[in-house]
Design a protein around this ligand. Structure first.
Ligand code: BV8
Length: 246
């Protein structure tokens, strides 16, 4: 049984609005490698931050398409873990709630979370690289280039936000508003290094919200948060929700 500080449990129970920011660490226990885990196998020689860019796609569209196709297949084969389910349960206890995720795996929604904003899009969706319109089906047959948009012929691409691309306006606006209004912000499974997502805890801290970190490791936020809960999200989050709402 993890002993949580009574004021933390009281803050959660009395919160009008609870906001959550998640990163790759929340999906780690589902078997989805985090960005800082070394890329495995074929991708070992690539840096994700090199591949997740418009420049990489322009330079080698097929390589980038294949990297996402492999990750899409991996994500389809995994399941939400107790951390995802705990956040879905947390949502039912909070009068107002928003979950902003940096993850592109769709696991929060599969675990039942309803009020989710995908700050960096979703690998589960594919769009036209020119028009931006989503495409449901495509022909993967070509082996030297990505599939092409059925309506305009441009390459298809994953519906994710690459480095140096703007975040979806609605998602960023909703997340910014939640950081400004929440009583408690839970920051789980993120190294808090990628902006503008990493600015959300900074906004909450500046206005005196209760910021709680869930991470087995130290991050650049750890010194400033009210509670740094050291442990895996799949263990800490279920225990925290059960302790706050027994
Ligand atoms: C933009 C989708 C503006 C794609 C991703 C210099 C300084 C500051 C900022 C910048 C800078 N230079 C450039 C920038 C901007 C840049 C940025 O922030 N760069 C960083 C690297 C410095 N940001 C951008 O480019 C953003 N756009 O700024 O546009 C603009 C302005 C004008 C005109 C045009 C544009 C876009 C950023 C989005 C990039 N896309 N993903 C894809 O997935 O392929 S980012 C991707 O990496 C993830 O989405 C995520 O955000 C990030 C990885 O971070 P984490 O999720 O935190 O994962 P990480 O592996 O780092 O950490 C895992 C954590 O989990 C660890 O702490 C670990 O301890 C913990 N953990 C492990 N196991 C567990 C656990 N925790 C709990 N339980 C466990 N079991």
């Amino acid at each position: 049984m993890i002993p949580f500080a009574p004021p933390l449990l009281a803050a959660l129970r009395s919160a009008r609005m609870i906001a959550v920011l998640t990163g790759a660490g929340v999906s780690a226990e589902s078997g989805v490698p985090t960005f800082r885990d070394a890329q495995t196998g074929l991708w070992a020689r690539f840096d994700p931050r090199e591949l997740a860019t418009p420049e990489a796609f322009a330079r080698n569209p097929k390589l980038v398409w294949d990297w996402y196709a492999e990750r899409r297949a991996k994500v389809a084969a995994v399941k939400p873990n107790p951390a995802h389910y705990a956040l879905a349960a947390l949502e039912t206890h909070a009068p107002q709630f928003l979950l902003a995720t940096q993850n592109v795996d769709g696991l929060h929604q599969r675990a039942g979370s309803a009020n989710v904003v995908e700050l960096h899009g979703s690998i589960t969706r594919v769009k036209c690289s020119r028009e931006g319109s989503l495409v449901e089906h495509w022909n993967d047959a070509a082996n030297d280039e990505p599939p092409r948009c059925p309506s305009c012929g441009a390459y298809l691409r994953p519906d994710v936000v690459w480095f140096n691309e703007l975040l979806p306006h609605a998602a960023q606006t909703a997340a910014d508003s939640a950081a400004r209004r929440c009583d408690v912000l839970l920051v789980a499974g993120t190294s808090a290094e990628v902006y503008p997502a990493a600015a959300l805890p900074e906004v909450a801290l500046r206005r005196g919200a209760c910021v709680v970190e869930v991470n087995p490791n130290e991050t650049q936020l750890s010194a400033d948060v009210a509670y740094a809960l050291r442990g895996p999200a799949g263990v800490v989050l279920p225990a925290l929700v059960a302790a706050a709402w027994p």
